[in-house]
Design a protein. Sequence first.
Length: 251
Amino acid sequence: MNITGNTVFLPGATSGIGLALAERLRDAGNTVVVGGRRRERLDELAASEGFDTVLIDTADADSIRAATAGVVSRHPDLNVVIAMAGIMRVEDWTAGPEVLASAEETVMTNVLGPLRLIAHLLPHLQSRPDATIMTVSSGLAFVPLRATPTYNATKAAIHLFSESLRLQLEGTSVSVLELEPPSVATDLLPGQRESSFAMNLEEFADEVMAILRDQPDVAEVQVERLAFLRRAEAEGRYAETVRQLNAADPH
């Protein structure tokens, strides 16, 4: 991925990792469109950050359809989409069927959201001479955190979807990148911003941009801290990594 001269759409980027990357992509010389569910927050970002913005709820199929059509209409040179939106919930599957409400919402947002988004934008991206789809999985796609079973599963699904989509688009103008964050100091979970285990947000975003700049053909965007999780099975330390990760889990 060339990190300059693009038109980039980041749904789910009104805070956290998405906003940090949106700011850096803008500063690198890209036109950036930020999507989110809160109109007042979008208006604030348009005024203070200079982004174009679009109202989108990635858990709602009709909202995705309308928002993607609007972005393509306003920005026919759109050539990069980064599917940032996601939620993470602590769940206790021993507590009974009431866990399903949270689990289903997580699947809707984290799996169906990106799939619908990509399905609506892919025909347009295929018409561009150089386009990129960036999905967002997690280190928890590779090693499970006990407290978040459905989140882990959704990120594993995004990982394999990304791998499969890359195979289908091989030889076309559309590249598929997968961003695989470790725990980052954001508000994804209560208390995560203050966690000593979480990577500083600014350091994470800077390292991601450096990877994209220095490795334009990279398929999996992995900061060095992710190696603890991503390489656990290949290095024969999976069981020990599961133990260490969950011993450190504050939940």
